[in-house]
Design a protein around this ligand. Structure first.
Ligand SMILES: [Zn+2]
Length: 297
């Protein structure tokens, strides 16, 4: 009789061990960078905190001074609450991180006039859009004020934002190349060069990303759109973002919705993320309880 139970248990474990291994191994980083998360049935979630830096909150490019009059500081307590209450598998902070001669700065326009498409003597103002023919690649560029210059106070994350040093917390810098801007945290604006973000998310087998931060109509939208292009299930946490102009916020939100990005409020995120974790734990407990019931029969 005991032998029969042992056989049954071995048979049961043989059948269910792959399931147990899949559910327990899901949040470990993988060395196999070629893993295709698209085929995975498990949900691994990442919070992406886009550019919650001083420049966009109380610096040269403070959102409160732009036409939408939205306050970038408003996202800090909302993101902190997510960080404190939701069990994300991976947390990403992105940083706009420019050299002083960066193409995005209005102040550098005169040094780059020879690359302007069209009338090279034309007067431009802050926030105008120009097209540079080079020197790296032809690119459309909004002329922003100086912002997020590397190693300056303006480039630091806001002092009240919770930033922990843990093995699943990563910082991704963008906009380092003088000759091409980078709104998305995945790619530069001309998709010439990738940042580390995609490889970090793939290493951790991330399937679902929750995008928050500044600014909705530029770096947040560009990051979310690239995330869905790269096959991550993508959520925009709407109340955890602030933007520059109501017109472009609306336009970009329409584009994000059309491209399949799901809009959620921060109050919904815990149920979405922890619900997935609960499912994993439930499967593990169910497997073990059935195994124990075989032993006790
Ligand atoms: Zn920038």
């Amino acid at each position: 009789m005991f032998l029969n139970k042992t056989r049954l248990l071995i048979l049961y474990l043989t059948v269910n061990l792959p399931l147990i291994m899949v559910t327990t191994a899901s949040v470990q980083p993988s060395n196999d960078h070629k893993i295709k998360h698209k085929n995975s049935t498990k949900e691994i979630s990442s919070l992406i905190v886009v550019d919650v830096q001083n420049c966009f909150i109380n610096g040269n490019l403070a959102l409160i001074d732009s036409s939408a009059k939205q306050d970038g500081a408003d996202v800090v307590p909302i993101i902190n609450h997510l960080l404190q209450t939701v069990s994300f598998d991976v947390i990403i902070y992105t940083h706009d991180w420019h050299p002083t001669d960066h193409i995005s700065f209005y102040q550098n326009l005169n040094k780059r006039r020879q690359y302007l498409l069209g009338d090279q003597n034309k007067n431009y103002s802050l926030f105008d859009t120009v097209t540079y023919k080079g020197p790296l690649v032809q690119t459309e560029q909004v002329l922003w004020p100086l912002h997020c210059i590397q190693d300056t106070n303006g480039a630091k994350l806001h002092k009240d934002l919770i930033v922990e040093s843990k093995s699943n917390v990563f910082h991704v810098r963008k906009g380092l190349n003088s000759d091409v801007d980078s709104y998305s945290a995945f790619w530069d604006n001309n998709k010439q060069q990738k940042t580390d973000l995609d490889s970090i998310l793939r290493r951790w087998n991330v399937t679902h990303v929750y995008v928050t931060g500044l600014a909705t109509d530029y770096c947040v939208a560009a990051t979310a759109l690239d995330a869905i292009d790269l096959s991550y299930t993508t959520y925009l946490v709407e109340d955890a973002c602030r933007g520059v102009s109501l017109e472009t916020i609306d336009k970009k939100k329409q584009e994000m919705k059309q491209r399949g990005i799901t809009f959620v409020q921060s109050s919904q995120v815990k149920a979405l993320v922890d619900g997935a974790i609960c499912n994993r734990i439930y499967l593990i407990l169910m497997s073990f309880s059935i195994a124990v019931s075989f032993l006790l029969k």
